[in-house]
Design a protein around this ligand. Sequence first.
Ligand SMILES: Nc1ncnc2c1ncn2[C@@H]1O[C@H](COP(=O)(O)OP(=O)(O)O)[C@@H](O)[C@H]1O
Ligand SMILES: [Mg+2]
Length: 383
Amino acid sequence: MGLVLIADSDARFCRRLRALLEGETDVRCDEVRTLEEASALLPLRRPDVLVLGSSVAPAVAVEFAETLRPDGAVAIVLVSSEESTDLLRRAMRAGVHDVVPMDQQFGEVVRAIQAALATSGPRLEEAHPVSVPSRGRVVTVFSTKGGVGKTVISCNVGVALAKLGLKTVLVDLDLQFGDVGIMLDLVPERTIFEAIQSFDRLDAEMLRGFLTPHSSGLQVLLAPVHPEDAEVVTVNRINAIISLLSQIADVVVIDTSAALDDVVLAAIDNSDAVYAVATMDVASIKNVRVSLQKLAQMGYDNGLIRLVINRADSKVWLDPGEAERTINAPVVAELPSDRLVPRSVNRGIPVVLDAPRSGVAHALGDLAKNIAAGCEEVSSSVA
Ligand SMILES: Nc1ncnc2c1ncn2[C@@H]1O[C@H](COP(=O)(O)OP(=O)(O)O)[C@@H](O)[C@H]1O
Ligand SMILES: [Mg+2]
């Protein structure tokens, strides 16, 4: 199991390379958009390999490699559109492991990373005699349609995961109209807005102080109190915050707004699985299908998508099998419609606590177990 940090301002490049590496090899990836972020993350994550993408100018990349040289802890692979012996020479002198050209299939890039990983093995064990630092699983609850139950599902699954004994953080990324605080009856003393006020000094320990604890053990990073404060929550900051949270949590659940904007894409970018929520009506199913098609066009790996059907027993003519075929993703949960849900929302007590024996609470608990099973995969492959 190797850890690769990909640095490139081009999100598509990072995403495609990451999908390739994580899909085909025993590798986990982090991604950052700037070298500043890479500098901040390197001592925290200690990756085996750092990939500098082709959007980093070769001269800048070589200079950056030189600053890392004394430490020697990371093998650097430089992806470059410029192929000159001069660049190669300068890069090698700076301690760069390999310089590879950018190609459509990423063949050279992946081979170079694998070779770099092979050489970094023994050094990694020296640096970490006990274990490689693990990363929690990140899951996003997604639908570009409002009112389908994203927040109900996020809150209940978050609580159920905490009850299973997993260190769980729920992030309310519905930045303008987030209602996780209301559904869990939490007082928003500190939110993601305050965390970002301290962004320059923020590390995982400090970020812990901005989480609001729920009685179940779930920790919550609440949305800003004032909608206009959402503006400060930029994509780079979201990437960094999710990365930090994944260091302190076994699982990070992200609730999102009904949109396909850069905030939601950032959540998906950082996720190991995306739970797309649909209700059993044609409009909702079509909506999910279209948004997943858009994601695929943008280069996202639809293999990350799991389908959750909410209010599955509503009196409509569709059945979940049909939804599965239309959307082309596996249905992992069917949640019944139950009046206990709006009652629990009004009480500010998630239904898994308010009516734990109800069918809907059981279904939500099973969904949490499905997510937890993914966590076990992650931790066992890290160990
Ligand atoms: N399974 C369900 N049964 C009954 N009502 C539900 C169910 N799931 C969600 N609801 C209701 O739908 C409303 C909208 O849900 P919410 O989670 O806020 O949607 P979203 O976050 O997708 O906008 C909630 O107030 C809740 O009462
Ligand atoms: Mg919501």
